[in-house]
Design a protein around this ligand. Structure first.
Ligand code: ZN
Length: 420
């Protein structure tokens, strides 16, 4: 934090850049500063601590077990547990939570415990002179930058490869996939020469990059036209993604439930069946998926069928609303807890791909049924989950213009970022 501030305050060049950016983006909220090399993260050792032990919680650890190992007695453990509980910490998460134990010297008892449930929050317990534990929660100051990455699909590329080459972090790329999957088919819509870009958040603490935040905007030159999506917070505080015109971009169903799965057979009213040998309609789309690939629900809904038939093999059928249903066939097995009547959310794993039923190899056969009729999942018009009312739409369009101006600026100056 300090280092970043100093940097901003002392660099004349940076000040010029800030002024330029404000002018260019027309939004006083955005400041653009020159991108400096990421600083290495300090491990947060405080001066004055003479002895500190850091424990990363591993599977099977309990709070009382860890405290007991540090020499704390039964009464102290109970008191500490109840103080932590009243500060929202009821359990420890393996491989995520860290605990620091501080002593005056090696020979002294623990007089300070710091529980670190996230890089952004620390809960400090200090033993006072009377032996009671006082609690203090520290929120780590977070500085967020918007950074822009763009790339192009090369011959024989997948979007994943091109995205990695463009320097988009894997987690952000996964989010981008999830968003674009509402509009695109990653097998058929990918061509050499297509450009894509993403604006996303990077979170910094004390000048060091800690993690990445949200995807703010995505653009992809799809075959059906340029797909753009923007993250926008409505007046009521709820957040969604919208296209350029402010129409909800999150659809009730995904066209391709498994990200980046190759289409091996498309929807047709007539085709020669690979097993039966005679011509019949293919009422869905087949996606290549090695046995055991998790199959996410294409949309939120309720399981109305889970069973086996000779054609579909193991299959699940979900009712999403009054008019839409989806069906997933040839599963090797169903996910735990998935049965008729189960309510599922979009993206929840309902089963695993396989080759049961009439199938020549492991794949997912996916159907969308609209008002009782099979439709082509890759082309059917899907309803948006969340559309904007006129007041929010006006606000969105204004916001989008300023974001586009910021993106245009960053596109021309790839070493810059926007301070949010
Ligand atoms: Zn099929």
């Amino acid at each position: 934090m300090k280092k970043v501030k100093e940097y901003i305050n002392t660099s004349v060049l940076t000040k010029i850049v800030i002024a330029l950016a404000v002018l260019l983006t027309l939004v006083a909220l955005f400041l653009v500063v020159t991108k400096n090399a990421p600083l290495t993260a300090g491990d947060g050792v405080e001066s004055g601590d003479t002895c500190k032990t850091v424990v990363v919680v591993s599977s099977g650890d309990t709070l009382s077990g860890l405290l007991s190992k540090q020499g704390l007695n039964h009464n102290q453990i109970n008191e500490i547990a109840s103080v932590l509980k009243s500060n929202g910490i009821t359990g420890l998460r393996a491989d995520r939570d860290k605990i620091e134990f501080v002593r005056a010297t090696d020979a002294d008892p623990v007089n300070k415990i710091v529980v670190i449930p996230s890089p952004w929050r620390q809960v400090e317990l200090t033993c006072d002179s009377a032996g009671a534990w006082q609690c203090n929660t520290v929120e780590v100051e977070r500085n967020t930058r918007a950074v822009y990455k763009s790339g192009v699909i090369l011959d024989g590329d997948s979007f994943y490869l091109a995205g990695m080459r463009a320097g988009i972090p894997a987690g952000i790329l996964a989010d981008v996939y999830d968003l674009l999957a509402f509009e695109m088919d990653f097998e058929r819509d990918i061509r050499a020469g297509q450009h894509f870009s993403v604006l996303y958040e990077e979170n910094f603490a004390s000048g060091a990059h800690v993690d990445n935040g949200h995807v703010l905007a995505v653009s992809f030159d799809a075959l059906r036209g340029n797909v753009k999506m923007y993250r926008f917070k409505k007046k009521d505080g709820s957040v969604g993604f919208y296209d350029e015109k402010g129409n909800g971009a999150i659809k009730s169903l995904k066209r391709t439930p498994i990200n980046n799965a190759k289409v091996t057979s498309s929807f047709t009213t007539r085709r020669k069946h690979p097993v039966l040998g005679f011509t019949r309609a293919h009422k869905g789309v087949d996606f290549r998926a090695p046995t055991g690939t998790p199959i996410p629900a294409a949309g939120a809904g309720r399981i109305v069928k889970r069973g086996y038939n000779s054609g579909h093999g193991n299959f699940v059928r979900i009712r999403h609303n009054g008019s839409f249903e989806t069906l997933y066939a040839h599963m090797s097995r169903f996910a735990k807890g998935i049965g008729v009547g189960t309510t599922v959310r979009q993206g929840q794993i309902i089963g695993y791909s396989g080759s049961t039923g009439l199938s020549t190899g492991p794949h997912l056969h996916y159907e969308i049924i609209k008002d009782g009729k099979h439709v082509n999942p890759l082309t059917v018009k899907l309803p948006a989950i969340n559309n904007l009312d006129s007041a929010n739409k006006a606000k969105f369009l204004e916001y989008r213009k300023s974001l586009d101006a910021g993106i245009e600026y960053l596109n021309a100056h790839p070493n810059m970022f926007i301070v949010l």
